[in-house]
Design a protein around this ligand. Structure first.
Ligand code: DON
Length: 302
């Protein structure tokens, strides 16, 4: 079966079941999206491409941006990074505060919010303008020069992001932020508010399918690409990561905008988007679509 016919079949199965789950409204601007949206796109290492549904419509990538920020931090400060952030699954919600108190301000991994705030702090210290740097990086990886932040989403989160503010000030109290928490939060909220489509995200994540190499050269080393894929497998879908590995069997990163990107090293990068979420913050139809993809294609890292 070709990738296109697999995506067509998944679309046919899932479209009548939409909407599924609940759209994220703790960032009010995210709730303005049509909850019936569904798109999927896949790029493979031989240059193949297939897509279905709303694959070209941009959405808020939210926590998927944590993979880009981590990649930037690993490019500039790999050794320092792992003294300040762990590499273990958290088993708690992505915005939990309790674990941080027990573990003296060292976040479990770079994909929970606390970890991403530390990673953002490192990028700020090393690259200065972290907002411009991440936007440039996403443009380079995707080949789309007009990718940008949705400022309404960034403002919407900044106005009500008390929990992230609590995390950032808590991290600062443990000495695990170099910059002022407000500066870190501003960069972090913008990074989450990057707007990209499934097609652009699938293309952007190809460096993780190609052992660190993008179409225009090396992004990171092959061992760094392996490390990021491992972290996505063990922490990319938060406290649902075990069930996700069980049912899909691919490294993946989700965001509360309803996007999920999955990677099969050496083979392909795949993105699905549908805004309705399950209780853990992962796209409900998106998770199902990836499970169906793994079953129909027979592709998984296991
Ligand atoms: O910080 C937040 O809560 C959001 N900007 C991002 C959270 C997110 O996407 C977690 N994903 N499943």
């Amino acid at each position: 079966m070709s990738y296109q016919s697999i995506l067509d079949q998944i679309h046919e199965e899932i479209a009548p079941t939409l909407p599924q789950g609940r759209i994220a409204d703790y960032i009010p601007q995210l709730a303005c999206v049509d909850e019936r949206k569904f798109g999927m796109a896949i790029c493979d290492v031989d240059g193949g491409y297939a897509s279905v549904g709303d694959a070209d419509e941009r959405f808020s990538i939210q926590s998927i941006s944590k993979v880009f920020t981590l990649t930037q931090a690993m490019r500039t400060a790999d050794a320092q990074l792992w003294r300040r952030v762990g590499r273990e699954p958290s088993g708690t919600a992505f915005n939990s505060l309790v674990q941080l108190e027990f573990e003296n301000g060292i976040p479990r991994n770079p994909f929970i919010n606390a970890g991403a705030l530390v990673v953002t702090d490192i990028v700020l210290s090393h690259l200065g303008d972290a907002k411009a740097a991440l936007r440039e990086f996403a443009r380079r990886l995707s080949g789309a020069s007009d990718i940008d932040y949705d400022l309404r989403v960034a403002d919407s989160e900044a106005r009500l992001g008390y929990r992230n503010a609590a995390l950032a000030y808590f991290l600062k109290s443990f000495g695990n932020l170099e910059n002022h928490p407000d500066q870190v939060l501003d960069a972090y909220f913008h990074h989450c508010a990057l707007s990209m489509s499934c097609a652009e995200l699938a293309r952007s994540f190809m460096y993780l399918a190609r052992h660190g190499i993008n179409s225009d050269g090396a992004v990171i080393s092959s061992s760094q690409a392996k490390a990021i894929n491992s972290l996505m497998l063990t922490s990319g879908t938060y406290d649902a990561v075990g069930a996700f590995a069980y049912s899909v069997g691919l490294p993946a990163k989700s965001g509360v905008g309803g996007g999920i990107v999955a990677v099969m090293p050496g083979q392909f990068s795949l993105c699905v988007w549908s805004p309705g979420l399950d209780g853990r913050g992962n796209s409900m139809a998106g998770s199902l679509a990836l499970e169906r993809f793994a079953a129909l294609s027979g592709q998984s890292i296991f």
